[in-house]
Design a protein around this ligand. Structure first.
Ligand code: HEC
Length: 143
């Protein structure tokens, strides 16, 4: 009886070990990809936050997924109506995530916004989006 238990415990430990090795390999792969990522750090950080806090309702693309709210990062750009990035920040930081308004830190909201703007080609090159400059970042692209 005892031996059986021990064998089971050993197998359990082995499964854990293999799983953690796989996770390690995965995270190493991600790091390599991040290093190759030419996007600004704020945008990369913002995408991770977006996926964690917004994508469940807003999706990560425009097609082929179930969403409960407007697509924010697809072809269509719903951000234009906000005029500039400060107005968008005010709205988003007060009301989103819909089920947990205000849950993110200010710099996290700025990063999520930087990501969304970058997707739509609205983030000026080299700019780290913040309260200092957001008013000057127009969301209505001249066409
Ligand atoms: C639990 C679901 C949910 C989550 C999570 C969520 N939202 Fe929303 N979002 C909504 C809903 C519902 C609306 C529509 C609200 C309304 O019309 O009053 C909305 C509206 C918006 C809009 C306005 C869209 C438009 O067409 O004008 C923006 C921008 C937005 N959300 C950003 C975000 C961001 C950024 C996050 C993550 C930090 C987030 N949301 C997380 C449900 C969600």
């Amino acid at each position: 009886m005892k031996i059986v238990k021990k064998v089971c415990a050993f197998r359990g430990a082995l499964v854990l070990l293999v799983a953690s090795m796989a996770a390690l390999a995965l995270s190493e792969g991600e790091q390599v990809q991040d290093e190759k990522d030419a996007r600004p750090e704020q945008v990369v950080y913002g995408e991770a936050l977006y996926r964690e806090h917004c994508a469940a309702c807003h999706g990560v693309s425009e097609e082929g997924e179930v969403r409960t709210a407007a697509a924010l990062v697809g072809e269509h750009n719903p951000l234009r109506v906000y005029g500039n990035a400060q107005i968008l920040y005010n709205y988003v930081s007060l009301t989103m995530p819909f089920d947990k308004p205000g849950a993110l830190e200010p710099e996290e909201y700025w990063a999520v916004l930087a990501f969304m703007l970058d997707v739509h080609g609205l983030l000026p090159e080299g700019l780290e989006l913040s309260a200092e400059n957001a008013e000057g970042v127009a969301l209505r692209r001249e066409e």
